[in-house]
Design a protein around this ligand. Structure first.
Ligand code: ZN
Ligand code: ZN
Length: 411
């Protein structure tokens, strides 16, 4: 990506992504390979009036060394200072940018037990932080930059430098910074997503029935006061932000106990540096009662067994098969991109904001209304070119929502 485009990208993340306000602190979690981009974000944030820009540098190779060589007991601990770091900034109202760029196969030689224990310790320590972000109380934005290891996996046939360049241009296209005015391009994109949301929010489907030739045959009930969201979101103060760049999805939550049938994955899932591929779940009254996987079965099993809530689904997201990232035909091995190329569900925690006034309700009330809670929230892809989704209204009328992988909405 040339320097001009990179600067446009940084400005887009600061302005439209987290929509930084005068006097606000910005926290950036960045891989060390992303330093040039992260420095531009810092510059843009200060120019927009940020009070401070705090950067948490990540080195995945060091993380791997630790996973391979540290003593066993360390994986049940989460550093106190790191917990304090996130909690103090989230409580003071900071904005959070997270830069996603990982080697999809980084941890394939690591004992899955160690990874899952570390993940769980982190999720417990950062529960309040995650709760605030998932309730949109702080603005946050996840974006990506290429790293050589990631690019080599996506463009396996290319020499490293060319692979990185190819991944940069795929990312630029997906986040619309290859356009003359990315902020305007995003405004048009959000208006498009809104049409689909408006249809779904007006229809107020009681359930959705999914079917395709991979073997998915799943009924997903939706809670009575569910809301379809997409594009941008709002803090309680009414400040707009975009949580994922790219984003092509409209999403809501399932009724925790109202999912039944079989669901089959349509793309590999990169979970914490491990690939899980060709997997399926059998779901009964919301609970995942059986899972199968051709690759990464042990990791998948451990993920589902994280806690009680990780046996249930927490997100229902619709993405047309004919959409920009899907049309690129690139398998990114990175959920930020692959989930935006395909209809998906998430295992685990639901976004309380997907329920009318959900962000103001207590944990107990949310549970009563069918909102799933868990330490994890992991998207997995199920969309295909032949996916059919039929909506059933409260009156029992059946309305096509997806036909041949795409929205079948009356226009
Ligand atoms: Zn999603
Ligand atoms: Zn999700």
């Amino acid at each position: 990506m040339d320097s001009q485009m990179l600067e446009k990208y940084a400005r887009l993340v600061v302005k439209s992504g987290v929509n930084i306000q005068k006097g606000q602190t910005l926290v950036v979690a960045s891989p060390i390979e992303g330093a040039p981009f992260t420095r531009l974000i810092a510059e843009q944030a200060y120019q927009a009036g940020a009070r401070d820009v705090v950067i948490s540098w990540k080195d995945e190779i060091s993380a791997k060394i630790r996973f391979l060589q540290a003593p066993e007991e360390i994986f049940d601990e989460y550093p106190k200072w790191q917990k304090e770091f996130y909690l103090s900034y989230v409580r003071e109202g900071a904005a959070f940018v997270s830069i996603s760029a990982s080697d999809p196969e980084l941890l394939k030689d690591v004992d899955p037990g160690r990874i899952m224990r570390a993940q769980k310790a982190g999720n417990i320590a950062l529960e309040e932080y995650r709760e605030r972000l998932m309730s949109n109380r702080n603005p946050w934005c996840v974006v990506a930059v290429p790293t050589p290891a990631w690019a080599r996996k996506v463009f396996a046939g290319l020499p490293e430098a060319e692979a990185v360049e190819a991944l940069w241009s795929a990312i630029a296209k997906a986040v619309r910074v290859d356009t003359a005015d990315p902020v305007a391009a995003w405004a048009a994109h959000k208006a498009n997503l809104k049409k689909n949301m408006d249809f779904l929010n007006t229809a107020k489907f009681r359930s959705l029935h999914y079917r395709n030739s991979l073997g998915t045959d799943l009924t997903v009930e939706l809670p009575e006061d569910h809301l379809w969201l997409g594009g941008s979101e709002y803090t309680p103060e009414g400040l707009e932000f975009i949580a994922n760049m790219p984003t092509e999805e409209v999403f809501t939550l399932p009724r925790k106990n109202g999912v039944n049938g079989t669901v089959v994955s349509s793309k590999p899932l990169n979970y914490n540096g491990n690939l899980i591929d060709r997997f399926s779940f059998t779901v009964k009254d919301g609970r995942i009662v059986a899972s199968k996987a051709q690759t990464g079965g042990e990791i998948l099993q451990k993920l589902v067994e994280t806690d009680e809530g990780s046996h249930y689904l927490g997100e229902v997201a619709l993405v047309p098969h004919a959409s920009p990232i899907s049309d690129s035909n690139i398998l990114f091995y990175n959920t930020l991109f692959d989930e935006n190329a395909s209809c998906h569900f998430a295992i685990g925690k639901a976004y309380p904001v997907c329920l009318k006034e959900g962000e103001t309700k207590s944990k107990e009330e949310l549970a009563r209304l069918g909102v799933n809670d868990s330490l994890v929230h992991v998207d997995f892809m199920v969309g295909t070119a032949d996916l059919e989704i039929t909506g059933v209204t409260a009156e029992g009328a059946e309305i096509p929502v997806f036909r041949n992988g795409n929205f079948a909405l009356p226009r």
